[in-house]
Design a protein around this ligand. Structure first.
Ligand SMILES: Cc1cc2nc3c(=O)[nH]c(=O)nc-3n(C[C@H](O)[C@H](O)[C@H](O)COP(=O)(O)OP(=O)(O)OC[C@H]3O[C@@H](n4cnc5c(N)ncnc54)[C@H](O)[C@@H]3O)c2cc1C
Length: 413
């Protein structure tokens, strides 16, 4: 007797979707994935690719190869029609549009970077969410170094080109500053000896501290360490406008710079914003404890774009990944008439690299707050454990060794 498989439609190929995809039983589900990205991206190492410590392809996993049997469509969901049980899709490589039907829907589309409506951000700032963003940052970095090396470039223009600003002093901004610091210390003296001492890094944040989500002692450690390295930190500063030559701060103060990284926070994905279902204060879709969207049978939401009612979950890879695994398990167990087990997040702790063989780590189980070298070792171990394939577990240490032994590749391609 053949059992008819339910059509499971998964939106996204991020942490939540990829964990679900890897865990789902394809004998029970006819799986289709719709995503504008045909690979999974290990975002915790994305800042390391902006300066060439890690290579881009090391931290991606092609979805088709990792999940054979599932149908993959390179497209984005533009509208979810919950009443008709279809998703309106639009190809990202052609003009094709179509409606994709489903029996069971899993929405894991993540969120987008919040520009807070600040003029000029879209046009002039860099984001750091996708491989393409990291490529653009690396390109700008190299082009600025080359422009600053040209004869006739004034001292003032050199200073501007070599000033890199991160708007947002959260984990992304801090890690980027850390990676830049390593590049400056280890590679620029060899490749650009005349410029190495002229590079400046500034971290700006509208809140009162760097790494706001961390313990006070760890925040102080990062601040002291960065000040010691010559990184300028402006907290409590709201950027008014970004231009192609720098940014405006309050009171019309202009800060000239050659590159702005915008990592100031998250905003709702437009496809989530368009849904009229209940959301939390930050615009995430509300679900019940089994990740089912409130009032919508067979529609689930997970990761950064959703939150179970009554739980306060941070927007972290470990949350999305645990939810993906949980959902796969509970969908696979359907038909066994087992009572639904509610989703509970297990906090594995958080850590952040800050450059120069140093990090900060907040371990969840022992509540220990580590900083410096041992936190760095813990961060590396945590990252290595979370990598999703043997291939990346081999390539990440190899890339690090290559960068250490032969220098980072910052050629202009
Ligand atoms: C630079 C950086 C560093 C980070 N470091 C850490 C870290 O060290 N530790 C940690 O825990 N977290 C970290 N995070 C956060 C972590 O990446 C997110 O919490 C996690 O990726 C959320 O997983 P997700 O599945 O919800 O969404 P994502 O992983 O963002 O995936 C969303 C997916 O949906 C797809 N998508 C988007 N729009 C559509 C659409 N309309 N239709 C279909 N598909 C769509 C996207 O292409 C993507 O495949 C970091 C994030 C960044 C940007």
């Amino acid at each position: 007797m053949t059992v008819e498989r339910k059509r499971l439609l998964i939106l996204g190929t991020g942490f939540g979707a990829f964990a679900l995809l890897r865990g789902i039983d394809q004998r029970a589900y006819d799986v289709t994935v719709v995503s504008p990205r045909n690979h999974f991206l290990f975002t915790p190492l994305l800042p390391s690719t902006t300066v060439g410590t890690i290579e881009y392809r090391t931290i991606i996993e092609p979805v088709r190869r990792r999940c054979p049997g599932a149908q993959f469509l390179l497209a984005k969901a533009v509208q979810i029609d919950l009443a008709a049980r279809t998703v309106h899709c639009q190809s990202v490589v052609t003009d094709a549009v179509w409606e994709q039907p489903y029996d069971v829907l899993a929405v894991a589309v993540g969120c987008v970077t919040n520009t807070f409506g600040v003029p000029g951000v879209e046009q002039h700032a860099h984001f750091l969410k996708e491989i393409e963003d990291a490529r653009k940052i690396r390109h700008t970095l190299v082009v600025n170094l080359e422009r600053a090396s040209l004869p006739g470039t004034s001292e003032e223009e050199q200073a501007r080109l070599l000033h890199f600003v991160s708007v947002g002093a959260g984990p992304t901004g801090v890690r980027f500053a850390g990676e830049l610091f390593d590049l400056l210390r280890q590679d620029l003296p060899r490749s650009y000896p005349h410029l190495a001492s002229k590079v400046r890094v500034t971290l700006l944040d509208s809140s009162q501290s760097v790494l706001n989500a961390y313990d006070e002692a760890l925040r102080d450690y990062v601040r002291q360490e960065f000040l010691h390295r010559g990184v300028t930190i402006h907290t409590g500063t709201r950027v008014q406008e970004v231009t192609d030559r720098g940014l405006y701060l309050p009171n019309h103060e202009f800060l000239p710079c050659g590159m702005v990284l915008w990592s100031a926070g998250f905003a709702r994905n437009p496809v989530i914003a368009a849904l009229e279902n209940e959301k939390d204060r930050s615009g995430r879709l509300l679900t019940d404890d089994t990740l089912q969207v409130l009032g919508q049978s067979d529609v689930y939401a997970l990761g950064d774009c959703a939150c179970p009612t009554g739980q306060t979950l941070p927007q972290l890879a470990q949350v999305a990944e645990q939810q993906g695994r949980y959902l796969a398990k509970s969908l696979n167990a359907r038909g066994q008439r087992l009572p639904a087990v509610p989703f509970r997040w297990k906090h594995w702790g958080t850590s952040s690299f800050i450059g120069g063989a140093a990090a900060v780590a907040d371990t969840a189980h022992t509540h220990a707050k580590l900083s410096g070298y041992w936190a760095y070792q813990q961060w590396r171990a945590a990252i290595w454990t979370q990598l999703v394939s043997v291939r990346s577990k081999v390539l990440v240490p190899l890339d690090r060794f290559r960068a250490f032994a032969f220098g980072r590749d910052i050629s202009k391609l």
